[in-house]
Design a protein around this ligand. Structure first.
Ligand SMILES: NC(=O)c1ccc[n+]([C@@H]2O[C@H](COP(=O)([O-])OP(=O)(O)OC[C@H]3O[C@@H](n4cnc5c(N)ncnc54)[C@H](OP(=O)(O)O)[C@@H]3O)[C@@H](O)[C@H]2O)c1
Length: 164
């Protein structure tokens, strides 16, 4: 595989979710997520799959990672380890890890790029993104976007590339 990317929306304190839901509804960020990932493969944990309002995510190859050998989901490919997930995408030009906390933590070491949406707010959360160690990642892009009536938080879109 040429590129494994992680994409996530993160609060001020690395929050990513609460009660198996996203932190907030940000139509602009969902649109951006769709634009970036459409046409590619998305990899996600079992709980993130469960949380999707529409499954599978359309126009994307959906791969779901679980330890549950009895899982039987429609519209996705199931794998039972991180290694198996990586193997399935090894011939893809690009693939996106889309969450959640457990899968981000396990896959961070394999990622080449991070697409991070910083939501400039504090949230109640029970799921967190791993620390982005600045000695491992170079910030290559940063775009500020101010809140509006539909997107009630200021946002910064960031892109990081692994330092080799
Ligand atoms: N802000 C964002 O960008 C964003 C994006 C995605 C998700 N989220 C949020 O993240 C939260 C969910 O995160 P989460 O950590 O609870 O769930 P998750 O990472 O989506 O999925 C965890 C599941 O992965 C499976 N798993 C764990 N370790 C494994 C391994 N070594 N090999 C194979 N499978 C393994 C297990 O499934 P089984 O239990 O079935 O075995 C585990 O329950 C939600 O609040 C969601 O809304 C936020």
């Amino acid at each position: 595989m040429s590129k494994l990317c992680i994409i996530a929306a993160i609060g001020n304190n690395l929050e990513i979710g609460y009660k198996n839901q996203l932190l907030c509804h940000l139509p602009k960020d969902l649109k951006r997520f769709k634009a970036i990932t459409s046409g590619y493969t998305v990899l996600m944990g079992d709980r993130t799959w469960e949380s999707l309002p529409v499954k599978p995510l359309p126009n994307r190859r959906n791969i779901v990672i679980t330890l549950n050998k009895l899982a039987n989901y429609q519209g996705c490919e199931l794998v039972f380890s991180i290694e198996e997930a990586l193997q399935l995408v090894q011939n893809e030009p690009e693939a996106f890890v889309i969450g959640g906390a457990t899968i981000y933590r396990l896959m961070m070491q394999y990622a080449d790029e991070l697409y991070i949406t910083r939501i400039l707010a504090d949230f109640e959360a029970d799921a967190f993104f791993p620390e982005i160690k600045m000695e491992e990642w170079q910030l290559t892009e940063e775009i500020f976007d101010v809140k509006d009536e539909k997107n009630i938080y200021d946002i910064v879109y960031q892109r990081y590339v692994r330092i080799r």
